[in-house]
Design a protein around this ligand. Structure first.
Ligand code: ADP
Ligand code: ZN
Length: 735
């Protein structure tokens, strides 16, 4: 590993340096250091063919190209040089995921405006004075400033909007009519005060908090699983570790899976530390994102709350990463660069003497096994805070319920909901299916309407009055006649989605206020956030929702959770089905009864109450469940006891993907050399998307085997036909 003294390493003018760009070249290229030299990690502009591109000084010149033929670096950019720790992280993450370095660098330089050279420094706003002489052009400048209510403009932007030259604006600046100011938006974030008193912790919480604080104080890498039922105070406890980190003057990062809904979390941070943290996710404006990027680097933001991509921010001194709901599937990025943010958090922390806290009520099997093996520490919070109890879990045996064909809420569940309505308490009906009905079938010929571009059924969305493909997003109107047999009036919805469930609930309880929470029903994250807040305050009697509601919200009035189709996730061949169903159902059940004095209940509708996974969910014997699950995986050599890589080939041409797949399966020398096996090719879990056919090969290796180099060598043997894409997925989510 490079030493941290490298941060000071300076290359004198004319010295050969290698520069990594985000251009798809695969590796760094040599240039000569510019006048005044440059430091390692500096952001620079370099010529590439006829263009200028942004790059990063990556190391000394490689010497691959004769020095006489090297071109000089064109200039240094404003941004703070990237620190050794982040460069090391990018290199290691690229190696681990078999991603080309430039693609990895792109994740770390996605701040808008970065690399455009000049950073916005001065902005222009309305000043106090009046012009000595009014001209038409001057009038237009003032109009623009008045119209946009004090928005700060760059000089060029203002002149352009006013349709005049920059000299007109400068003239107004001289007279004090326009004020030239340092941009106020690019300043540090408010200081968080870790010394403010937090809540009074229970004995169990205080013990956990003490251990976590000690870990942060050590300044040494370490990962801890913080396991506790929903409502046990995990958040309160890890905020104590954040406090310790801030007290030591180091920065902290909290990753959340459903980041657009973090309103409540931000308020908790504010309550604890007296100010809000910096936010980093796709809902944050470009200007604000650039501010976060710059302030994180300049140590002007001590706590960042973000989505997985926040892992690539240029922290000045990162001391703690919290991965909340660490089992959540959304931590795995499934397109572009394929990486698991939970695992990359551990990597980044290990390079930087930072701590990691993985928090969950239902950890992933990987994390559970790492704790079992002693690689991670483990802390348990067994009890809900205060008097609140875990809800009672019961199965509703659907075979014994008298139900009509198009009814999805059983009489038993209806009775329970009615009892809550009477008491003024909330019920949640959970069904992980967006839309009205998952399948539209022709009652004349049996044809099911599918997407033209994907291997998927079109899902009816009745609120939108359209059929939607959940793979590619394609929509079309519901046709009047069957596209196959052309008979009219025979198309019928089959099966329920949340919209259909809402219809049944509305018919059953016409007086009840029903809220449907599904990601597609809200125009913006803000709209969704405010609906969630409204529900928390009692603005609905019955909440009907997809997995969106399974995550982290606190609805104090909610005392009943009804799981409509507990068996849903157990179908199909995915080996993780048991783990995922267990996590999801226990999570959603945990939404009930989070407040003392209101007893919670969860009712699980199932056709197979004797299924081992359903029995484990009901009994709450988590350790038993994990042990059994772990045993099965161990016996099969599956992760986390073995290693896997997926290779997905995709092309519009179905023959070429199968041909190459077959060739890869035959020429598997590098894989066999490490004692590993190739399975497939087989149709990928999504066999066709947006017109591209997809085929997958799986590599299964022993735990200690050098999987990545072998896969790299194997893949490099083949030339890809035009239009065929190959993606390597280390540690695939489904297998
Ligand atoms: P988790 O993250 O495990 O779901 P939280 O930290 O969100 O749990 O705690 C659940 C609720 O209980 C929150 O409203 C929280 O503020 C409250 N709570 C937890 N511990 C305490 C405590 N020691 N004192 C007061 N309130 C607490
Ligand atoms: Zn589609």
């Amino acid at each position: 590993m490079r030493s941290h003294d490298d941060d000071q390493r300076h290359f004198p003018a004319g010295a050969p340096v290698s520069v990594l760009t985000t251009q798809p070249l695969g590796r760094p290229l040599d240039y000569l250091a510019p006048d005044g030299g440059c430091t390692l990690g500096a952001f620079v502009a370099v010529p590439l063919g006829p263009r200028q591109v942004m790059g990063l000084v990556w190391g000394p010149g490689t010497g691959e190209v004769d020095r006489a033929r090297l071109r000089p670096v064109s200039g240094r950019l404003e941004a703070e040089p990237m620190r050794t720790e982040l460069r090391e992280f990018i290199a290691r993450a690229a190696d681990y995921t078999l991603t080309p370095l430039p693609s990895m660098l792109r994740l770390a330089t996605r701040a808008p405006g970065l690399g455009e050279g000049e950073a916005l420094k001065r902005v222009y706003v309305r000043g106090e004075g009046e012009p000595d002489r009014m001209t038409e052009a001057r009038g237009r400048v003032l109009d623009v400033l008045d119209e946009y209510g004090g928005l700060p403009f760059a000089l060029g932007e203002l002149a352009q909007l006013a349709g005049c030259g920059t000299s007109v604006v400068k003239g107004l600046v001289k007279q004090g009519v326009v004020a030239e100011v340092e941009t106020p938006r690019d300043g540090p974030f408010p200081t968080l005060d870790p010394g403010r008193p937090g809540v009074e912790l229970s004995a169990e919480q205080a013990a956990a908090s003490g251990i976590l604080r000690k870990g942060v104080a050590s300044g040494q890498y370490g990962t801890t699983l913080l396991k506790g039922v929903t409502g046990s105070g995990k958040t309160e406890v890890y905020l104590e570790a954040v406090a310790e980190c801030l007290e030591r003057g180091r920065q902290a990062l909290v990753l959340l899976p459903e980041i657009a809904l973090t309103g409540a979390f931000l308020s908790r941070v504010e309550a604890r530390f007296g100010a809000k943290p910096a936010e980093w996710h796709s809902g944050v404006t470009q200007t604000e994102r650039r501010r976060v990027w710059r302030m994180v680097a300049a140590n002007g933001a001590s706590l960042v709350v973000g989505a997985r991509s926040a892992l690539f921010l240029p922290f000045h001194d990162l001391g703690l990463i919290v991965v909340d709901e660490e089992h959540d599937g959304s931590y795995k990025q499934e397109d572009g660069v394929l990486y698991n943010a939970r695992d990359m958090a551990v990597l980044r922390a290990s390079l930087n003497g930072a701590r990691v806290i993985l928090a969950s009520a239902t950890p992933s099997l990987e994390t559970w096994a790492n704790a079992e093996a002693g690689k991670y520490d483990r802390l348990d919070l067994a009890a809900r805070h205060g008097e609140a109890r875990m809800p009672r879990l019961d199965a509703i045996d659907m075979r014994a319920e008298a139900m009509e064909a198009s009814s999805w809420i059983s009489p038993s569940l209806k009775g329970a909901v009615a009892a809550r309505l009477e008491k003024g308490e909330q019920s949640l009906l959970f069904l992980n299916r967006r839309g009205y009905a998952p399948v539209t079938v022709c009652r004349a010929c049996g044809h099911q309407i599918g997407c033209d571009q994907c291997d998927a059924k079109m899902v009816e969305h009745r609120f939108q009055k359209r059929l939607v493909c959940h793979q590619c997003g394609e929509t079309k109107p519901i046709p009047p006649a069957c596209p196959a047999c052309e008979v009219e009036g025979k198309l019928a919805p089959v099966g329920p989605g949340v919209e259909r469930l809402a219809e049944e609930a509305a018919a059953e309880w016409p007086e009840a206020r029903i809220a449907v929470l599904s990601s597609d029903l809200f125009g913006s994250a803000r709209a969704l956030k405010s609906r969630v807040a409204d529900i928390a305050e009692g603005g609905a009697d019955i909440v009907i929702g997809t997995q969106l509601v399974a995550k982290g919200h606190n609805f104090p009035l909610l005392t009943l959770v009804g799981v409509i189709d507990t068996d849903l996730g157990l179908q199909g061949s995915d080996l993780r089905a048991a783990e995922h169903t267990f996590q999801q159902v226990r999570q959603v059940a945990g939404r009930a009864g989070r407040v003392a004095g209101r007893e919670g209940a969860a009712l699980l509708q199932t056709w197979q109450p004797e299924h081992p996974v359903i029995r484990a969910i009901l009994s709450g014997d988590e350790e038993g469940f994990w042990k059994a699950e772990a045993e099965e995986r161990r016996a099969a050599g599956m992760p986390p006891y073995g290693r896997m890589a997926g290779i997905v080939l995709s092309s519009p041409d179905v023959a070429s993907v199968f041909d190459l797949g077959a060739a890869m399966a035959r020429q598997d020398g590098p894989i066999r050399k490490i004692g590993a096996q190739v399975f497939g090719p087989a149709p990928a879990p999504i066999a066709r998307i947006r017109g591209r056919h997809r085929v997958r090969l799986l590599v299964k290796a022993a735990k200690g085997a050098p999987l990545q180099p072998a896969v790299a060598e194997w893949v490099a043997q083949f030339r890809l036909p035009a239009n065929l894409r190959l993606a390597v997925d280390i540690d695939p989510q489904s297998f």
